[in-house]
Design a protein around this ligand. Sequence first.
Ligand code: ZN
Length: 220
Amino acid sequence: MSAAGYNDRRIDAGQIEAHHLATLWDWYTKQPGNREEAARQFQAAAGLDVDGMIGPMTIGALDAPELPGPPENELGLAGPFYLPIRGGCWWSGNAFDPRPRSQGGHHGRDGFSGPKTDLGWPDTTDAMVISFAAGEVIAVKWHANGLWIKIDHGHGLITKSGHLNGTGHVKPGQVIAAGVDLAPVWGGLTLPHIHFETWINGKPVDSGKLLERLGAVPLS
Ligand SMILES: [Zn+2]
């Protein structure tokens, strides 16, 4: 990341010209979002600090003769990509392990939201879990450890979000954008958390690392 960041906060909103905003929206046409999110996605693609503020560095990049294209990624998926819990998500030390579950495998990562402190694990009960990318909901099912929602994102990628509550805000067959509410985290576990799996072409991959590679950002 290059240095932009805090300088961007000092610009007068009046200095943002209409054509910069139009360029930003032209570039960012795929998802319903807000101006700050459009700026974040653009900044990430332009290699700037990602703060969502349209300041001198961002305007300079929008004025560049060659605009950066939308983010490329290993799966050919269109962004944006979000961390799977509103307000952000960080992962517990429980490692990803691709072995079969009967052999002690763990096909997801366990995520929490809220402030990470020295006092222990934050309570993630009722934190809203969202779709990390656009896709089609293919299953919404209860198991003994909570509700599971499975989404097909195309390009061979399927995600499974587990330990959720309620019946979900979405139904099988529903096509959804990134950042859509799925269901809150279930409190019926010793340490309430989301269990988040990513499968590529039928094989589990480390979801924490995949989200990092795709540049997933927090959504408030
Ligand atoms: Zn887990």
